[in-house]
Design a protein around this ligand. Structure first.
Ligand code: MG
Length: 381
C-alpha cells in the first residue's frame, strides 16, 4: 500500500525535495494533491502531470493552470491551501513558508490528517491553537533540528529530559566581527543548507534558531529554560537531547533535508537510502561553540518572547517577515532586522500577552505587528 500524500508549497524547496523522494520511491508514496502560491505556474503544472495528481490548489494564475490541466480539479483563491489540506489522505506535508501556513496546518489536523510540518511559523504564530488540535503522532516535525530531537526521544521519558540542545550552523556570518555592512547577496549565500530566501536570511540573523526554539517548546512541551542552542558549523549533528543522568543523545547525518522529510512522510518506517550516510572511512571534525549573543541577539529575544507567550511569538514572527522583506529590498541594514523586530515586540508586548482563542486572533495580532513594523521602517527610511 502506498501512502497518499498532499503536498502544500509543492514548488518551494521542501516541496520539490519531497516530490523527488516520491519519484524515487513509487512503491511507498503517491501524490493526491499539491498546492502552491502560483508564482511558478510552469513548475506546478509539470508536477501535477508527472505525479498524476487529482487536485491542485493555487492562489494565483488559476486560469492558466486550469487550462493546462484538463481533468484535474483546480481549487483557487486565498484559502486554496487550507482547502487542499483538508482533503482526506495519509499525510499532509506543509512546506509553506511563513505564517500563512498556520490555517492549512489547523485544517489538516481538524480533518484528521497526519501533518508532516516543515512550516515552523505554524507553531510560532499559533502554537497553542495547533497543539490543542494535535493527537499523539499526528504532528511530525520536518525541521531537521526537531526531527533530530524527535528521533533522540523515541522510547524516552519526558520527565527524564534535562535539556534540548538545538544546533545552528551559525550562517554565513558566524565569524564576521562586524555585521553592519552585510549585503543582501552575502546574506543569501548559506554555507551548508540550500533553502528558500526567507529561511536563508533568517539563518544569517539566527532568527531561524529563535523561531526553532519556540517551535521546539510547542512540539515537545519543554520549558524555555531547558532549551538551548549551540553553534555547530558542519551541520552534521542536527540536534541533541541531554538526559538527567548526564547522557546526551545526538542525531547525525550529512546536511540534506531528504532525511527528515522522508522520516516524517513514512514514520514509523525509515525510507532506505533517503540520504547518504556519514562516510566513516574519512576523517571528520565536529565543532561546537556558544552563540555570540551580542552579534546575534535573535536567540535571546526569541526565548524572552516565547516565555511571555500569548500572541507575542506571532508578533515576533510577523515583524521579522516585514523586516526581512525590507532588507531584501535594500531598505534596511542587516543589523536593523532584529532591532526592528525587538522594537515591535517592545511596543506590543503589553497588549498581546493573553491566550490565543482562534485564527482571527492571530490574524489581528499579526496585522498589528506588521503595521507597527511598517511605521518604524518609515522612520528609518
Ligand atoms: Mg531547521
Amino acid at each position: 500500500m502506498t501512502r497518499e500524500l498532499v503536498i502544500l508549497g509543492s514548488t518551494g524547496s521542501i516541496g520539490v525535495q519531497a516530490l523527488e523522494i516520491v519519484e524515487a520511491n513509487p512503491e511507498l508514496f503517491s501524490v493526491l494533491a499539491i498546492s502552491a502560491a502560483g508564482s511558478s505556474p510552469d513548475l506546478l503544472i509539470a508536477q501535477a502531470k508527472k505525479f498524476k495528481v487529482k487536485v491542485v490548489g493555487v492562489a494565483k494564475n488559476a486560469d492558466l493552470i486550469r487550462q493546462a490541466l484538463p481533468g484535474v480539479e483546480v481549487v483557487d483563491g486565498p484559502h486554496a491551501s487550507r482547502e487542499v489540506a483538508a482533503i482526506s489522505c495519509d499525510v499532509v506535508l506543509n512546506g509553506i513558508t511563513g505564517s500563512i501556513g498556520l490555517a492549512p496546518t489547523i485544517a489538516a489536523l481538524e480533518a484528521d490528517n497526519r501533518v508532516a510540518l516543515a512550516n515552523k511559523e505554524s507553531l510560532v504564530a499559533g502554537g497553542d491553537l495547533v497543539i490543542a488540535r494535535a493527537k499523539e503522532n499526528q504532528l511530525l516535525p520536518v525541521d531537521s533540528e526537531h526531527s533530530a530531537i524527535w528521533q533522540a526521544l523515541i522510547g524516552e521519558k519526558k520527565s527524564e529530559i534535562s535539556k534540548l540542545i538545538l544546533t545552528a550552523s551559525g550562517g554565513p556570518f558566524r565569524d564576521r566581527p562586524d555585521l553592519s555592512d552585510v549585503t543582501v547577496q552575502e546574506a543569501l549565500a548559506h554555507p551548508t543548507w540550500v533553502m528558500g530566501p526567507v529561511v536563508t536570511i533568517n539563518s544569517a540573523t539566527l532568527m531561524n534558531k529563535g523561531l526553532e526554539i519556540i517551535e521546539a517548546h510547542y512540539l515537545f512541551g519543554i520549558p524555555y529554560s531547558q532549551i538551548e542552542a549551540v553553534i555547530h558549523p558542519q551541520s552534521v549533528v542536527h540536534s541533541m537531547v541531554e538526559f538527567v543522568d548526564g547522557s546526551t543523545i545526538a542525531q547525525a547525518s550529512p546536511p540534506n533535508m531528504k532525511g527528515p522529510i522522508s522520516l516524517a512522510l513514512s514514520y514509523p518506517h525509515r525510507v532506505p537510502a533517503a540520504t547518504k550516510a556519514i562516510d566513516w572511512t574519512q576523517s571528520h571534525t565536529w565543532n561546537f561553540a556558544p552563540i555570540d549573543t551580542d552579534r546575534f541577539p535573535a536567540v535571546s529575544l526569541a526565548r524572552e518572547v516565547g516565555s511571555i507567550g500569548g500572541g507575542l511569538p506571532a508578533v515576533f514572527n510577523a515583524a521579522n517577515e516585514v523586516a526581512v522583506q525590507a532588507f531584501v529590498e535594500g531598505k534596511l541594514k542587516f543589523t536593523e532586522i532584529v532591532k526592528t523586530v525587538s522594537q515591535v515586540v517592545d511596543s506590543l508586548r503589553g497588549s498581546v500577552s493573553g491566550p490565543l482563542r482562534d485564527l482571527a486572533d492571530v490574524s489581528a495580532i499579526e496585522e498589528d505587528a506588521r503595521r507597527t513594523a511598517h511605521e518604524l521602517l518609515k522612520k528609518v527610511g
